[in-house]
Design a protein around this ligand. Structure first.
Ligand SMILES: Cc1cc2nc3c(=O)[nH]c(=O)nc-3n(C[C@H](O)[C@H](O)[C@H](O)COP(=O)(O)OP(=O)(O)OC[C@H]3O[C@@H](n4cnc5c(N)ncnc54)[C@H](O)[C@@H]3O)c2cc1C
Length: 274
């Protein structure tokens, strides 16, 4: 619940927003959807990020730059033209239509609820996150998720996606389409001469933060693309899921492995078609 707000600010540049963030208990908001969840916030002032010029998706130097205030609705309708469409899928499968018109990619990365569907495809796409303010830096998504770079005086300004010429498959599992997902999986790979290359596997929603499975990726890289062999390697994934009130750990482990195997099956089918 938002109580006791005495100031609302509508800056028109990133610099103005950052200057306002130096004020005590004055915080930014983008889609504002994280404030619907209950609990109270102690802020006395709110800074709208709507007018600071970060609601864009553009192609520059062979990469896609997504402004932090781009909404799921816009990202879900954008054709990235290659494996980056995993992010399009994640944004368009999330939440409801009306929420997708509010939720922003920057707000999602800043608040990072465990059910977010954004970190998982960004991990599999080797995305970079651009920050401005005290911790101004361009940082890889894994380091961003591991670090504590958002200190109250730093803003996410954009997400950079390098080209992804391989095949990307994104899936999420939820009881109903509107429900929070209890697992999401993003698998990216190229198939060259019948062998897997550049394999990237990311899993989210089963841990506090999404993560990559580098050891499994290494085992899969360069193996002949045989479904049985791939399934055996995927079965060796080891991870302790966090507790969920409805689904057992065993169910979620099995679910994730099944989702990853199915993603490889789809990669095989698409590689065959090409
Ligand atoms: C009913 C419901 C269902 C949902 N379902 C899903 C779902 O299925 N999948 C999914 O991925 N998400 C889902 N969401 C969205 C998710 O839970 C968060 O509410 C959302 O990701 C927050 O994004 P926002 O743009 O609204 O951020 P805000 O609520 O505006 O901000 C969130 C936090 O980030 C900070 N912040 C915002 N922008 C920036 C920035 N650029 N730089 C630094 N800090 C910033 C704010 O100060 C605040 O602390 C759902 C939300 C609701 C309400």
């Amino acid at each position: 619940m938002i109580k006791n707000i005495q100031e609302w600010h509508y800056p028109e540049s990133v610099e103005s927003a950052l200057a306002l963030m130096k004020k005590n208990r004055v915080i930014p908001y983008a889609g504002g959807t994280s404030f619907h969840r209950g609990g109270t916030i102690s802020a006395v002032g709110m800074i709208s990020l709507r007018k600071i010029g970060l609601s864009f998706i553009e192609e520059t130097g062979g990469k896609t730059m997504i402004g932090a205030c781009a909404r799921f609705g816009e990202i879900g309708e954008y054709d990235f033209g290659d494996g980056r469409n995993m992010l399009k899928a994640a944004a368009s499968f999330s939440a409801s239509n009306s929420l997708r018109n509010m939720i922003t990619i920057g707000g999602s990365l800043a608040s990072l609820p465990s059910w977010s569907n954004i970190p998982t495809p960004l991990l599999a796409l080797n995305a970079e996150i651009s920050l401005a303010g005290t911790n101004a830096i361009v940082v890889g998504i894994e380091d961003f998720l591991d670090g504590k770079l958002l200190d109250g005086t730093t803003l996410i300004t954009g997400i950079i996606l390098p080209k992804a010429p391989g095949i990307g498959i994104y899936t999420r599992y939820a009881r109903t389409t509107f429900d929070y997902s209890i697992a999401d999986v993003a698998v990216y790979a190229r198939v060259v001469g019948g062998r897997l290359k550049d394999v990237r596997i990311a899993v989210g929603n089963v841990f506090p933060k999404a993560k990559r499975f580098h050891e499994i990726e290494e085992k899969l890289n360069s193996v002949a693309f045989d479904p049985g062999k791939v399934a055996t390697i995927v079965d060796s994934m080891k991870f302790p899921p966090s507790t969920n009130p409805t689904f057992s750990k065993e169910f979620r482990i099995n679910l994730v492995k099944t989702m990853v195997k199915r993603a490889f099956e789809q990669i095989g089918e698409q590689a065959h078609e090409n």
